[in-house]
Design a protein around this ligand. Structure first.
Ligand SMILES: C[S@@+](CC[C@H](N)C(=O)[O-])C[C@H]1O[C@@H](n2cnc3c(N)ncnc32)[C@H](O)[C@@H]1O
Length: 336
């Protein structure tokens, strides 16, 4: 599931910039991951149009705007209204060079043209959640969160994690933990949730973490919390993250002009596999099955990979442990 370490974002111990205990909107900060490599791969030029579809704390967006000075423009998106408000403060000095919208990047096909970004030179995705979201105990992303298990990036729509835990059948919960968390004790955990909720609802992150801890055996020397995979699986399901990623990637082909660049930072293998396969498929010409003697698909390459994936330096991982599972991939749009 993970690249180097088991996924433990939800442990609350790896966010950049400080302690995660405390208030709902504590200014813990979010260090942009592989920022130099992102800017180098995206190569934003003065006058160019760029999209950062996952603004978060706007660390990357700020770097992209600096690199495209004096007149490059950036459309910044985030599904989370709090991220938009925070980014607006951080990017205020760029004036109308930064255009911010609260939207899901699966809606880029409509939002970008409507915002004057119908043909762009760069599109950047930094997947997953920010340290701000992890630190906000009301959002329920971290194990220690005492508030309701919400986990929605956009809190104005969709089912929360608590809703899913309350309504899905044991088989559905087990399938979810297996599919999005590759959780070996998926069935056992799902049954424990269903048993528990028959007498008391499972509504907080703390309750869920404790329940999983009770449900699964503890192997000696485990370095991560036993609920890591369950938390990740729920977050992916609540936000429909993998389907949205597929849609966002497909939309990049429509929005990028020839020579424009797609750059994606992913944090676990489910995401990275989608990005890797997308670039590989779009690089190919004919995609007919091998047994078809003459091409009937007419597929033309639409992307050129910008080389092998990259990972953060050991110095960056030491300074920002949240970066340790990051993997960067880039591709350039080619004229079809
Ligand atoms: C890792 S953070 C981005 C951090 C940012 N690059 C920075 O420098 O601060 C990911 C952000 O993407 C947002 N996000 C995740 N999936 C999204 C989606 N499908 N559409 C829009 N925003 C999304 C999350 O709300 C979160 O704020």
């Amino acid at each position: 599931m993970s690249f180097k370490d088991p996924l433990d974002e939800a442990s609350g111990g790896i966010a950049a910039g400080g302690s995660l205990e405390g208030g709902a909107e504590q200014e813990v900060g979010h260090l942009p991951v592989m920022a130099d490599e992102v800017v180098e791969t995206l190569a934003p030029r003065p006058g160019s149009l760029q999209i950062d579809a996952t603004l978060g704390g706007a660390g990357h967006a700020e770097r992209i705007l600096e690199a495209s000075a004096p007149d490059g423009r950036l459309l910044g998106l985030d599904a989370d209204g709090a991220a938009i408000a925070r980014s607006a403060r951080r990017l205020a000095r760029f004036g109308d060079r930064a255009v911010l919208r609260q939207a899901n990047f699966s809606e880029l096909g409509e939002v970008a043209p409507a915002s004057g970004f119908g043909r762009v030179d760069g599109l950047f995705l930094d997947l997953g959640l920010s340290s701000y979201q992890l630190a906000d105990v009301e959002r329920g992303f971290g194990f220690r969160a005492g508030g309701r298990l919400d986990m929605r990036f956009d809190t104005s729509r969709g089912l929360s994690a608590a809703d899913m835990l309350a309504t899905l059948a044991a088989g559905e919960l087990a399938a979810l933990f297996r599919r999005y968390g590759e959780e070996p004790f998926a069935g056992r955990i799902a049954r424990t949730i269903v048993e528990t909720r028959s007498h008391s609802p499972v509504e907080t992150a703390e309750q869920l973490a404790a329940l999983v801890e009770r449900a699964v055996p503890t192997p000696r020397g485990r370095r991560t919390h036993p609920a890591t995979r369950v938390f990740q699986a729920l977050r992916i399901a609540v936000n429909d993250e993998l389907a949205n990623l597929e849609t966002g990637l497909a939309t990049s082909l429509v929005l990028l002009r020839p020579g424009g660049r797609l750059v994606v930072l992913s944090y676990h293998s489910l995401e990275d596999r989608i990005v890797k396969r997308f670039i590989a498929a779009e690089q190919r010409g004919c995609v007919c099955p091998p047994e078809v003697p003459i091409c009937v698909c007419g597929h033309q390459p639409t992307l050129r990979s910008l080389g092998r994936s990259r990972t953060p330096s050991s110095g960056e991982v030491a300074a920002n442990p949240r970066s340790r599972s990051a993997r960067l991939r880039g591709a350039e749009r080619v004229a079809a």
